[in-house]
Write a protein that binds this ligand. Sequence first.
Ligand SMILES: [Zn+2]
Length: 287
Amino acid sequence: MCEVCQAFSDQAMAAGEMPQSVVIPSNSPVDSLFSGTQRTDTNISVHFAGLGQGPTVFENTPSEGWTAYERARVEAALTAISNVANVTFTVTSNPDADFQLIKSAAAFNSPNSLGYFYLPNGTGRSPGVFNSDGIGWTNDGLREGGTGYATVVHELLHGLGLGHTHDGINVMDGVTQPFNDFGRNNLNQGIYSTMSYNSGLNGTDNANRGAEAGPMALDIAALQAIYGANMSHATGQDVNALATTNSDGAASISIWEAGLRTLRLIYAKQRSSTKRVAVVLYQAPTT
Ligand SMILES: [Zn+2]
């Protein structure tokens, strides 16, 4: 078995169909995503805290309230997650929900701090706080491919128990610092995991394009290991339309299709493809 991370290159894409299996050996980069905690329920309630409302647990950070657009973007991220893993999210007006979402600039002292989310503990409640002054927290940035949207997905995955690739109980092989340290096989970047601090591919994203638009391949593997796969999502012969220009809204995506039992991972740039593409992500060191 060879390492085929290069399958993401245009050359390999043009070559067509790749083996349709995902191999997760021991010492897998997926291990770096497990925080050691998870939810023990899978029907998760979500509350958007209104103006002046704080979470019911852990802290009292009042929310600025959410616009309809912001809520819709978070709900899109929740759908992107439930499409791949066996979890469901239900928005509720009950503030004492499982996920308690706060929007607050006052909770942060820099636009470089984008948000945080409490890791889960069984069926307990987790506040998540998002910086409305953070990079990418704009209408464009909250679209797929934008930094704001990637932040939402990243924080929600913390709420499900995923940790960063660069810290926690498991660190991705070869990674010693969070930024610009891509580790073994350059896997510590957004196109492989949105839990990396290196968004997109090779730092080519900006606030409005190129960032990961949902859980990426390693995230999907970790979520499915914990919660099981969503085996009813995309069971037919689906064609996935990719961006044809590298303009705002172009995104890095991973596609889970239960019908093909295949993980497709494509960097969307000036390309449209209906090829069935999957990749073997990693080979453990043999030494
Ligand atoms: Zn984080």
